[in-house]
Design a protein around this ligand. Structure first.
Ligand code: PMV
Length: 327
């Protein structure tokens, strides 16, 4: 049978890039989840199978053996999984064989936090299977450490949202603060399918900020003001204002050079189809955009994004962080 746990992906609603310079950002857990099924097995091997990536392999005494798909890719994708399993086994106090089956509905490599969602789901499923008691704080810490093996120095937003769910206000010096958001936030996410490197885009903004400090500093302050007003709009259930703020936030991101043609096509198509607002989400340079739309417009916005060459899906806020689906 096995234990199944799941954890959500995320979108950054406001504040990406400027968050690197100490400004606040608003991050939302979405109802696309990664699922992990875990069973104890004979021996000491860790067997991992990702159904959505068509990859499988085993770790035996530290050595990796490929069973399905590209060995290099599998090694990279499974490294954080191995990391979290080892952490839970340490707490368990005894090594045991495990089979981990991963199935993620969060698009991979699109800035939607899929690797953190997988790591959080695996952590909880393994803990439950071995009867190891972990708090959410523990799961966050283990997942964050695993993310560091993939991303170097991540802000910690992805593991936090995968673990706790909901809406988080994040700032470098103060960390995470949950925002009590009651309103529905109907979004269409459009994946450009264009691969990008978060690191390279953060670097690009840094170069621009260094070259034009008198221009970029006011842009950064404007981004902060947008986040503050967005918090207010979220409290007041004010979708129209949120949409306007998204458009303005996108203009600032465009200004610092992180939009690209693929994103502009989708963002403009969404606006023309009646979205209240639309912007890139995450690092930009490809990856994903989001559009805010009233429920009755979601279908049209999806179609417009599809026609413009993107892969759209509806995403709604979820308050549910990492959770057990079946014991
Ligand atoms: O697209 P993602 O999920 O890698 O988001 C990057 C967000 C940035 O603000 C651009 C970088 C960061 O570390 O916060």
């Amino acid at each position: 049978m096995g234990v199944i746990a799941s954890a959500p992906g995320k979108v950054i609603l406001f504040g990406e890039h400027f968050v690197v310079y100490g400004e606040p950002a608003i991050v939302l857990a979405i109802d696309k989840r990664a699922y992990a099924k875990v069973e104890e097995s004979d021996g000491k091997d860790l067997h991992i199978h990702s159904t959505n990536l068509d990859l499988a392999g085993s770790f035996k005494n530290g050595a990796f053996k490929i069973e399905q798909g590209d060995a290099k890719e599998a090694r990279i994708k499974f490294e954080p999984v191995k990391h979290v399993v080892e952490k839970v086994l340490e707490k368990h106090g005894e090594n045991t064989g495990l089979t981990v089956e991963i199935n993620s509905t969060v698009p991979v490599g699109a800035g939607l936090g899929s690797s953190a969602a997988v790591a959080a789901a695996v952590t909880l499923a393994v803990a439950e299977a071995l009867d190891v008691k972990l708090s959410k704080e523990d799961i966050f810490r283990i997942t964050y450490e695993a993310e560091k093996t993939v991303h170097g120095t991540p802000s910690g937003v992805d593991p936090a949202i995968a673990t706790f769910g909901g809406t988080l206000l994040f700032q470098m010096d103060t960390g995470f603060k949950p925002l009590d958001v009651r309103m529905e936030i109907p979004l269409v996410v459009g994946d450009t399918g264009v691969e990008r490197s978060t690191k390279a885009l953060v670097e690009k903004v840094r170069n621009t900020a260094e070259k034009y400090p008198q221009i970029v500093d006011p842009i950064r302050r404007a981004a902060r003001e947008i986040v503050l007003r967005a918090i207010d709009a979220l409290k007041k259930n004010d979708l129209e204002t949120l949409g306007e703020l998204m458009n303005m936030n996108h203009a600032l991101l465009y200004g610092v050079g992180v939009s690209d043609e693929s994103l502009e096509w989708l963002i403009n198509a969404a606006r023309k189809a009646g979205a209240l607002g639309s912007k890139l989400t995450g690092a930009g340079g490809g990856g994903c955009m989001i559009a805010l739309a009233k429920d009755e417009r979601l279908e049209q916005v999806m179609e417009a994004i599809q026609r413009a060459g993107g892969r759209p899906f509806v995403a709604r806020k979820t308050d549910e962080g990492v959770r057990i689906e079946r014991t």
